[in-house]
Design a binder for this molecule. Structure first.
Ligand code: IVH
Length: 674
């Protein structure tokens, strides 16, 4: 980084933060981004860079905290300033009318002005702002005490970390207040998460609500940061009280403060208008990006709210109308298997068609073998299914075992290509590892062409779809024998762009070995592993011959990775693919690491904090040149933890486990370099 004075850098960080805050709002709350993702990343990276070099400039409300901090041991319990009560439920319109009668009697009014809002199906959270900065996020817990989940909450992009001073002033709002709302996951994010969990054999979430809860209440906030959570604000407290004459004023102010609040609330004169609102949203709710499980109705006037007060459990001035659950029972006629784009086998229940909430349902995903076992499901059983929105329904439980029930078994051969199915020890997923399996073709091609892989610009989804559907490309090596007229004949492809694409493909032959290894899409082999493998093996052929124990010697390559790699190279179709790539001229080699001595053989190192004389990468390289091993985390097996300035939690861990801690100069002595 160019040297700049601290005051200049401070000014720059402040400007960067303000810009980032504005663009986060435009993107995550307003759904109206003004700049590209890449331009946004540049702002964020610059801020990260300054904060890393000058930790004294970092602040707890900086947008950089959104990536999540270090894991914690447990949550602290916090008492709510005001209890977070639940709401009474109404399961019918008549129950709503009864409640309206009680409200009218309680206030002596003939007709009440209500606000009807979506009842978001997530988990409620209390956000406390002090002097305009998010100070604390607490879950509802038992209503009187909840869990402090502040670092997790800070990763949710639609939650402002700092409010705009001028807006707070203009609204004449005390700068310390509490916002209550719901953390949730959109249907799309939930489905994507489950797809990913299916892939990696992780926990499958039954619905968006559970996945939101499971993503927020984790001790490692960097996990929360990876999950796409959203926040909707629905209540504002200042000094423990509703600050305005009307609840509708609060909802408007929340929006002005740049909280995400639903636009779909409605002022309703009298309960029949509320019933109409509930009915209209029952028909439309499936089209929402997120799930609602009902409507919350609140008395709009704060004065009347105060008159009505609370029971021990819930406010008298609000009620939740709950939509009937979309569940039905039906018979599982068969269980079939689908091969996902990345080769994972997903069992799918073929159902006796049944109407659920106005839609005929005949399929239901079963995710994986573990799920089938957990349900105790066999073909012929009667099951309870639930449809949440437009998501493919899921099986909740077996309600009756079939008379002639039969157990389902995973096939041993891929139903798409006939290759043997693999299942790694200790993992849930069964998969086809044939890189040329037609089910995986398109995905493999897109990954191969990706920016961080072979970087073939112009080979996007539309082109890949056509190349595969027209039978022009069966595996990645076929890209290199494409002819100009074949490409030019594709839809919306002019000769010039066809030539550009062929040039890009030809240029990719020059990509380094590390990228090619990554581009092949072996499980667990990311960019960094690709680099480490390239440094240690020198060519794809050599890598293909390596045994699990050779692979295991490469730093950061654990047994899971080496096993997946051996599995990949043992598949004849993959060996053939590598030969074809070689024949097509894709045969990069890499400089192998120069081994200078074995004086650190058998010793494992972890680095934390900033070193003075070299980067951590350079220090790591040194360790390996002398036969030592690098590791990302501290365990009892770690031999040395080298500590630089501002070390992270790894230093604490080292002290806790009694691992030898070295300063940089002690490390230099050990390696014999200065
Ligand atoms: S108001 C004093 N409004 O429903 C304020 N709650 O079943 C009381 N919920 O615990 C809550 N959407 O987690 C309110 N628009 C909304 C809501 C809402 C969802 C949740 C909230 C509450 C639960 C009660």
């Amino acid at each position: 980084m160019a040297k700049a004075s601290i005051p200049a850098l401070r000014k720059e960080t402040e400007e960067l933060r303000e810009k980032i805050r504005r663009h986060e709002y435009l993107y995550y709350v307003d759904d109206a981004p003004e700049i590209s993702d890449a331009a946004f990343d540049r702002l964020m990276n610059r801020l990260k860079e300054i904060e890393a070099a000058h930790p004294e400039l970092a602040t707890p409300d900086s947008p950089t905290v959104r990536v999540g901090g270090t894991p914690r041991e447990g949550f602290t319990t916090v008492r709510h300033a005001r209890p977070m009560l639940s709401l009474d439920n109404a399961f019918s319109y008549d129950a709503l009318r009864d409640w309206d009668r009680r409200v009218r009697e309680g206030t002596g009014r003939e007709e009440i002005e209500y606000i009807a809002e979506h009842k978001f199906d997530g988990l409620s959270i209390s956000l406390q702002y002090e002097a305009g900065v998010l100070a604390r996020g607490v879950t509802r817990g038992d209503g009187s005490t909840g869990e402090d989940v502040t670092p997790n909450v800070k990763t949710v992009r639609s939650i402002p970390l700092r409010l705009d001073d001028r807006t707070v002033k203009k609204l004449e709002l005390a700068r310390s207040f509490e916002v209550r709302g719901e953390i949730l996951m959109t249907r799309k994010a939930f489905e994507a998460l489950n797809r990913q969990q299916e892939e990696t054999g992780g926990k499958i979430f039954v619905n968006a609500r559970n996945s939101a809860a499971g993503s927020l209440r984790v001790l490692d906030p960097s996990i929360t940061a990876q999950r796409k959570l959203d926040f909707f604000a629905y209540y504002l407290y200042v000094d423990g009280k509703a600050p305005f004459a009307k609840h509708s004023d609060s909802l408007e102010v929340l929006k002005k403060l740049h909280f995400r609040a639903s636009d779909d609330w409605k002022l309703c004169d009298g309960i029949e208008a509320v019933v109409k609102y509930c009915e209209s949203w029952d028909a439309k709710r499936e089209k929402l990006a997120y799930e609602i499980d009902g409507v919350v109705i609140k008395v709009n006037s704060t004065a009347l709210q105060n008159e009505l007060g609370f029971t021990a459990k819930a406010p008298r001035w609000a009620i939740a109308y709950k939509y009937p659950a979309r569940q039905e029972t039906t018979v599982v006629n068969d269980i079939i298997v689908q091969v996902g784009r990345t080769g994972t086998l997903t069992p799918v229940a073929v159902l006796e068609p049944v109407q659920v909430g106005g839609v005929t349902v005949s399929r239901s995903t079963l995710h994986n073998m573990d799920e089938i076992e957990r349900l105790g499901l066999q073909i012929g059983d009667t099951v309870l299914i639930e449809r949440a929105g437009e998501v493919i329904p899921h099986v909740l439980k077996v309600v009756k075992e079939g008379k002639n029930r039969r157990a389902f078994r995973m096939p041993t051969k891929c139903p798409e290509c006939g290759s043997a199915i693999h299942k790694a020890e200790g993992e849930v997923a069964y998969r086809c590892v044939n890189a040329a399996c037609p089910a995986k073709r398109k995905e493999s091609l897109l990954h191969f062409a990706g920016r961080h892989a072979m970087d073939i610009d112009g080979l996007g989804e539309k082109i890949v779809d056509q190349l595969v559907d027209e039978g022009l490309v069966k595996d990645v090596s076929d890209l290199y024998s494409l002819k100009l007229e074949q490409v030019a004949n594709l839809e919306r492809m002019a000769e010039k762009s066809a030539q550009n694409l062929l040039d890009e493909i030809a240029a990719s032959k020059k990509q380094p070995l590390s990228r090619l290894i990554y581009a092949l899409g072996m499980r667990y082999v990311g960019e960094r592993t690709g680099q480490l493998l390239a440094e240690n093996f020198g060519s794809l052929e050599e890598l293909g011959e390596a045994k699990a124990e050779d692979l295991g010697k490469v730093p950061e390559v654990g047994p899971k990775v080496s096993e997946a790699m051996v599995e990949f190279f043992s598949e004849p179709a993959n060996r053939k693919l590598i030969k074809k790539l070689h024949a097509a001229g894709v045969r990069p080699t890499a400089e192998k690491r120069e081994i200078k001595s074995q004086k650190l053989a058998g010793k494992s190192f972890v680095f934390t904090g900033a070193l003075e004389h070299r980067s951590r990468e350079e220090a790591g390289e040194l360790v390996q040149q002398h036969g030592g091993k690098l590791s990302g985390s501290v365990s009892k097996k770690t031999d040395y933890v080298v500590v630089g300035a501002d070390p992270g939690s790894k230093y604490d861990k080292a002290k806790e486990l009694g691992v030898t801690v070295l300063t940089e100069s002690e490390f230099e002595k050990l390696t014999g370099v200065k």
